[in-house]
Design a protein. Sequence first.
Length: 452
Amino acid sequence: MPPAPSNRPNRDETLVTPVRERGDACPGALRLHTADDGALARVRVPAGVVSAAQAYALADAAERLGDGALDITSRGNLQLRGLGPGCGGELARLLDAAGLLPAPRHERVRNIVASPLSGLDGRGHLDVQPLVRELDALLCASGRTPDLSGRFLFALDDGRGDMTELAADVMLLAEPGGARVRVTVGAASAWVRPEDGPRAMLLAAEAFLDAASATGTKAWRVRELPAQGAELAGAPVWRELTSSAPAPPSPPGPDSAADPESAGPESAGPGSAAPVPGAVPAGPHGVGALSVGVPLGRLSVAAWRVLADIARAHGTGELRVTPWRGVVVPGAGPGQSGAPAAAGLVTDPASPWPGVGACTGRPGCAKSLADVRADATAHLAAGAGGLPVYWSGCERRCGHPRGTWVDVVATGDGRYDVAVRGAGADVPPDRRALPELADALAAARTITTPTK
């Protein structure tokens, strides 16, 4: 039986320990980033959850102040682009009135992802949504968490294993029976009662801050610490946590998230835990949902309002944005799939869109060497159903997925480098011009790589 999932990065993502000379410049709702298409604001929404009222407020803000669209990030947050000069104050007022800025000083550290179907489909070992709300409240009340980087990531996995591919800095994993959860940071783990999980995650983040200071690295992420945070296992906080832990952990059984068979039918595509588009049946204690894919993670305010309308009229009144750039509408069913499809969203589980992603590219990003969204759309069908593919306008690869994926990077001469990245992958880049790209993509997406 393989070991329980951890939040340690893939072998190909390990980093040389840097020494940070400055704080990170990650954008937020109050700290805007200037791009070629105007200012950009990133609104943190813990676990991707927004109420229908908040969804309407975001649509209004994007329409009045931005370019009329919303982008979904790889952390399940939301971005507004094309913001005009001097609109920061008005945007802040709109977000605050909608309850999207509960703690302005902490707004960039509310990076929390969670199993998007938790409590909806009857799977998993524990509904983690109440724990998300408790963790968010603790982060916003802490005097130390504003020192965390805007890139530091918390993840709560209900036991189905969908969060493990996101390489979070602090992760909570529910265990069979729901009587305990495992909290992991770097090489350190503690088993605690579910109600103690959010506080354990906060303490883990504070232990990271202590380690970043003590080592002199001023690290932004756990994997940037020496030995990827191995020293955290000796931190006093773990003695405190384990002293109140439930019974010692047992080896994972067949119903554990460590079991590859537990991925279930809601996993979209090879190596991905994303909910597939379409209706999500209700489990014994769930309410069901409608899962909607968003092509390239960008949707118009009109399409966003369609989802908010469905949430208000046919669902539980909330939306859940996923780290795979989709949206789950809790409580909605197959009868509501027509309107999102008409708005350009994906509700067909056979669609090739969930396997394709791209960065902003031209014209929005000055560093991009190509209009990658247009090129990705033109090559949508190439290798459909195979490995996920991600298009990048430059070597920074902003927003690329985890796991194993096909890496398509613009080179600036009308060509792209095509390679396979991820654990076990050993496929060197193949440089192709656009007319030859479809064959290279199809070949790369059918490559099989060893699993860890």
